[in-house]
Design a protein around this ligand. Structure first.
Ligand code: ATP
Ligand code: MG
Ligand code: MG
Ligand code: MG
Length: 566
């Protein structure tokens, strides 16, 4: 590509309305231009990077056995009414009408459309499992679109949806997708962490987010300093409990220890099998073991209700087998678990809860408590403090303490279970001829957001420093005063042909600009290598190669250039 025939669109000035560095640099490097709030044109340089990200995502999805399809951006409201999300989904869902006054939405996600598709196309267990994906435009009417394409209203997502007969099969595809996501972020060259996450309004039980670590991140991520444990702090408010040793003794009699799955615990405690299970970080007083983990078993309540109740949860269903007590608020259940030796109930202050109506499970024999008497009945316990998890808190995994860093959510995977398949009657005939509803997983990656996240992690005061895997060009040829020197022009042209012939993505800066302007533009755009062609080195049949990341300059023979860059 020759800059003279290209739309370089670089800008010197730092745009005043761009808060984060990636937004500033994407505007200055001529990658995107705002059309309206949260909507952007992708200029050639931006699109080249975006396409590289999409290529890596597509390649890893294909390798993991997912199959590409394409679904429409505009979706009929009936599907959303069928799933129940027509009512559930807030104002982020942009609703539109066609000329016949029929309702439609601009797709913020595609669970409904894909479930309807599979429901029609797949009839037999023999066609399963199936994992379908697309890389496609989404629209979410974000209340606060910001940071450029990082939180756009229109953005590109890779969304995959898997369909299974059993939870075991769902889990194995989920693990495959988890691995594929790790491959994607490693290939792109980003520092990232998979973290335990909340599945929010989308429903489901098991969920992980993938975060690129960066100061401008909107999420706080809590990590154990001694294990792989990591969770989104959004879910990890800590509750500090004061308990008496006697009270702890009382609870030794509760026996849920025989249960090994959430399902079994729910049965033992006679509670509705939960749709979502989260652990809660509990700090107990000294008399009690400090590494308690509590669980919130969420019923039909939406996450927002529970959040409003100020209760806190870190997700990890791993240790539910040791649950000691389950307390349910209307529609919501709260469980507590710890090591068998140190059982302590989770105590909830009714006044802090959104609902005043509690059912106490397990050892309390499903006693129904309302408002104030609830507190009296379990009066031996009091909440001393409810607060956010802070750095230094013990990790809920029992190993080490928590560190907290900022993260940008670039991916999110969920085990949805049958939320959509049940509502939309998506099932198949099994081997025995029985009709069975499918289990689903869904797996999203913010393709456009990754571009911004990569810049947040890879820049300096001169501009972007692309990881090689997603650089818009691998190398740029910068000729010194080509318009005055025939020799410089000749060598630059021949290098351009040789590099192009070797299938290396090369930009040839053939503008009539001063060298300083060219250097500044190419550093801003972040091309990994520059080849500087100048009179002085040509005397020895040499050119200078500069590495954008290390700033290292080496002088090499002209005929070694292609092999060096390759
Ligand atoms: P966020 O918490 O940032 O609002 P989300 O949890 O609502 O994201 P998901 O529904 O999990 O997003 O969608 C999958 C992925 O799509 C996210 O992990 C993120 O990378 C990307 N994404 C979501 N919203 C946006 C947006 N407004 N602009 C760009 N990318 C987005
Ligand atoms: Mg969102
Ligand atoms: Mg999120
Ligand atoms: Mg998410």
């Amino acid at each position: 590509m020759r800059t003279s025939q290209y739309l370089l669109a670089t800008q010197k000035e730092v745009p005043s309305d761009a808060e984060v560095i990636s937004h500033q640099l994407m505007l200055r490097a001529g990658m995107v231009r705002k059309v309206a709030a949260g909507m952007y044109n992708w200029l050639p340089t931006g699109l080249r990077v975006l396409n590289k990200v999409a290529h890596i995502v597509r390649d890893e999805m294909n390798k993991a056995g997912a199959i590409e399809i394409n679904m429409p951006v505009v979706q009929p409201a009936d599907l959303w009414q069928e799933s129940g999300r027509w009512e559930e989904y807030g104002p982020e869902l942009l609703r539109i009408k066609d000329r016949h006054d029929r309702d439609f939405v601009l797709g913020p996600t595609h669970e409904e459309v894909v479930t309807a598709l599979v429901s029609n196309e797949v009839n037999s267990y023999k066609q399963l499992p199936l994992n379908l994906y697309q890389i496609q435009t989404k629209f979410r009417d974000e209340v606060r679109p910001r940071f450029g394409i990082m939180r756009g209203r229109e953005f590109i997502m890779k969304d995959a949806y898997s369909f299974h007969l059993s939870n075991e099969c769902l889990d194995s595809t989920y693990q495959l997708m988890h691995k594929a996501y790790c491959n994607i972020f490693e290939r792109i060259g980003l520092e990232y962490r998979p973290v335990i996450a909340d599945s929010g309004s989308i429903g489901g039980a098991v969920s992980h987010e993938f975060h690129v670590l960066a100061e401008s991140g909107e999420d706080d991520i809590a990590f154990s300093n001694q294990s792989d444990y990591a969770a989104n702090v959004e879910l990890a408010e800590a509750i500090t409990l004061e308990t008496s040793p006697e009270a702890t003794q009382d609870l030794q009699s509760v026996d849920t220890g025989s249960a090994s799955t959430i399902q079994e615990v729910c049965e033992l405690l006679s509670i509705e099998p939960a749709k979502t299970v989260k652990t809660l970080l509990v700090k107990a007083s000294d008399e009690v073991a400090t590494d308690l983990v509590a669980l919130i078993v969420r019923g039909d309540h939406s996450l927002n209700d529970i959040k409003a109740s100020k209760h806190a949860w870190v997700a990890s269903p791993l240790e539910f087998a040791n649950a000691d007590e389950v307390v349910t608020a209307t529609g919501a259940s709260i469980g507590c678990l710890g090591p068998v030796q140190a059982r302590v109930p989770l105590i909830v202050d009714a006044s802090a809860a959104a609902c005043a109506d509690f059912v106490c499970g397990a050892n309390q024999n499903n006693t129904h408590y309302t408002g104030a008497n609830w507190q009296r009945d379990v009066g031996e316990f009091e909440i001393a403090d409810i607060r956010e998890v802070v750095a230094g808190d013990p990790s809920p995994c029992g190993k080490g303490n928590l560190e907290i860093r900022k993260g940008i959510e670039v991916g999110h995977i969920f085990q949805l279970g049958d939320k959509y398949s049940k509502a939309m009657n998506c099932g198949v005939l099994t081997e025995t001829g029985k009709h069975e509803v499918l289990q689903m997983g869904c797996y999203g990656i913010g393709v456009t957001r990754i571009v911004a996240a990569a810049i947040e992690q890879n820049h300096d005061k001169f501009g972007i420093i692309w990881p090689d895997a997603i650089a818009p060009f691998k190398v740029v040829i910068i000729p010194m005063n080509m318009h005055k020197s025939h020799r410089v022009k000749e060598v630059a042209e021949s290098l351009y042909s040789a590099l192009s012939d070797a299938n290396i993505e090369v930009l040839f800066d053939d503008r009539k600009e001063r060298p300083g302007v060219m250097f500044a533009d190419m550093e801003l755009i972040g091309v990994p290598y520059s080849i500087v062609v100048g009179e002085r080195n040509l005397d020895n049949q040499q050119v200078e190669i500069k590495n954008r990341r290390s700033n290292e300059k080496t002088v090499i023979a002209i005929d070694e250039v292609v092999d060096t860059i390759k």
